[in-house]
Design a protein around this ligand. Sequence first.
Ligand code: ATP
Length: 191
Amino acid sequence: VRLGIFGGTFDPIHIGHMRLAIEAAEALNLDRVVLEVAKLSPLKNRCFASDEDRVRMAELATEGELKLAVGCVEISRPVPSYAVETVEHYQNDEAEIWFLMGADSLLTLDQWKDPDRLLSLCKLGVAERPGHPFDITGIETKWQSRIEIFPMRQLDVSSTEIRDRVTTGMSIRGLVADSVRHFIEERRLYR
Ligand code: ATP
């Protein structure tokens, strides 16, 4: 089984996250992509959505997408969560694991917890944004063969922008799944 793990705070999940998961599955021939919702630091989550609401939004967004699922490894553990520990959890003899991210996240790889062990357990699938070619020579040579860059369409959207739009009363239609938009409205999130 070729398994993708895509971690994020997903506060809230938006079309950029969804397309990354879907395009990774297509480009890397993954059987399944699990979205792992990271736990928010108790210091940071005061005005944003709760862990439960972020998981629920990820579930709503992935409903009916056969290859996408929401995982609860990180959310059920104390902060902080580390990629290497999440991957260890999914590790088994049948799984070939791909840890997915945007190219911006890869730049900090050397600051992650135990990157050598992480890259011994999984490969990294990195979404490259058109117009922003990713220069892999900036990454340590020993890690390069474990990293695959795949092309991804540019979607200029972030969770920060969505939260700001909700706070200022602007529309988020088209930027998140309709089910997620309805959930944000009903629960009055990000006001
Ligand atoms: P925030 O605005 O709150 O910082 P975010 O939109 O960047 O959030 P995260 O949950 O922090 O979302 O991101 C998780 C992963 O999704 C990261 O690896 C990031 O590179 C990727 N990502 C986020 N937005 C996009 C996008 N528009 N296109 C491609 N990748 C994205």
